[in-house]
Design a protein around this ligand. Structure first.
Ligand code: ADP
Ligand code: MG
Length: 414
């Protein structure tokens, strides 16, 4: 049996009208000879009654967030509600189906509440339904540990559920349904002329996701990539084919065209703080690189864009980790500076490897718009610039334009 996993995000399940559109997608899968396995996120976005953010705010207001096990139990409710409501809509349209929690679907994770990793999927639980022609409607974002405690997979984790289930069932593909037409050259909320890509390689979309494009969770891409299952990003509210994410495919000639762009996309991530620590002889053992970075790592603070100079160390951290870092640094006679409200903008492209002048173009594009670059970092396939968050929209648009990623200039895919 050819299985197709269909994952639907929060906005896709938000209203009855949209849930009817989901039934249309399930119907289409059946018509095309697939057996659909549905995975759903919690209903709606922040502010909606059963959305994950709403549950988190409620938990915080009464102090539950200090208890990770119970926090997960509470957060998992959003997807449970969603799966029951979605299953009900499918039943009303005449499809036999069953709402399943992560545990009921056999998704076994480690004990890391809030950010659990899936260890395995006991697939016989899902197959039991499929064999009886019952469509499973599985909660995204959650699993169960070996003790039977409900765990969650981290924000955006329903995408991971989709890929993990697709891998476990050896699905033909995993479709990720959302509120945009596919993977685009930039976030369409920021860049009005961002273009939908017909195809993109796993590693490029993985980089995009890692650098802030929240259209898909990076881990979901990683799982699909390791098992070579095509991922398709599509719009619940339209019938367009969306974006196919796969490996390099020789048959897709247009990808080898000379006109191919060096840069594939621009991504941005906010809520970052630049930290500068000075070594001026007053900080004692903290003025030893090893000691300093070990201490930070032992406190589970992850660093990015790290620059080490003899007399200063510069890096960025997520705003959420600032108070943890401050606890380490304060009262130790270490002199340091924080630059808050920063964002990282990144250009991504497999073809940038070894091409000279790309950084010069980045600098030109940003300086034309008087955007100060606070720091840079790069890899073979990415260049990132740290900038003030106030400049993010301007910067992303400037880079998008500089590398001609927009609709008007596109000739290669038509
Ligand atoms: P869902 O609830 O369906 O998971 P998300 O909000 O997580 O939806 O992801 C979809 C959103 O991702 C889009 O509305 C869009 O604003 C944003 N996004 C950011 N970067 C991109 C990109 N490069 N291509 C498409 N969408 C993007
Ligand atoms: Mg999402």
């Amino acid at each position: 049996m050819k299985i197709l996993v269909q994952k639907f995000g929060g906005t896709s399940v938000a209203t009855q009208e949209r849930r009817e559109m989901i039934v249309d997608k399930v119907e289409a899968a059946l018509k095309n000879g697939y057996f659909p396995v549905v995975v759903v996120s919690a209903i709606g976005r922040s502010g909606d009654p059963y959305a994950t953010d709403t549950l988190i705010n409620m938990a915080k207001s009464v102090g539950i967030e200090t208890n990770p096990r119970e926090m997960d139990l509470l957060m998992a409710c959003g997807e449970i509600i969603s799966s029951v409501v979605m299953a009900n809509t499918l039943k009303k349209r005449g499809y036999e189906c069953a709402a399943l929690t992560g545990a009921q679907a056999g998704i076994i994770t480690d004990d890391n509440f809030g950010d659990a990793e899936v260890l395995r999927v006991d697939t016989q639980k899902i197959y039991k339904y499929i064999e009886n022609n019952i469509i499973p409607v599985i909660t995204g974002f959650q699993g169960v540990n070996e003790n039977g405690d409900i765990t969650t997979l981290g924000r955006g984790g329903s995408d991971v559920s989709g890929s993990i289930i697709g891998e476990a069932l050896n699905a033909e593909a995993v479709e990720i349904y959302t509120d945009v037409e596919g993977v685009m050259t930039a976030d369409p909320r920021i860049v009005p002329d961002a273009r939908v890509m017909k195809t993109i390689y796993y590693n490029e979309v993985f980089q995009m996701a890692e650098y802030g494009a929240n259209v898909i969770h990076p881990r979901a891409v990683e799982v699909a990539m390791r098992s070579n299952i095509p991922l398709v990003i599509r719009n619940t509210m339209s019938n367009s084919p969306g974006t196919l994410i796969t490996n390099y495919d020789k048959s897709r000639k247009y990808k080898e065209s000379k006109k191919d762009k060096i840069i594939t996309a621009v991504a941005q991530i906010g809520k970052r703080t630049q930290v500068r620590i000075f070594f001026n002889g007053s900080g004692g053992e903290y003025e030893d690189d090893n000691f300093l970075f070990d201490t930070i790592a032992n406190n589970h603070i992850s660093l990015d864009m790290i620059n080490v100079y003899p007399d200063s160390k510069v890096f960025i951290i997520e705003d959420g980790q600032l108070s943890k870092l401050q606890k380490i640094l304060d009262g130790k006679n270490i002199s340091y500076e924080f630059k808050r409200n920063c964002s990282k903008v990144t250009i991504i492209g497999n073809k940038m490897r070894g091409v000279p002048g790309v950084m010069a173009k980045v600098i030109r594009a940003l300086s034309k718009d008087h955007i100060e670059i606070l720091q840079t970092s790069d890899s073979h396939t990415t260049i990132s610039c740290l900038i003030a968050s106030d400049n993010v929209n301007k910067a992303v648009n400037a880079l998008h334009q500089e590398f001609e990623l927009g609709k008007v200039s596109d000739k290669s895919e038509k």
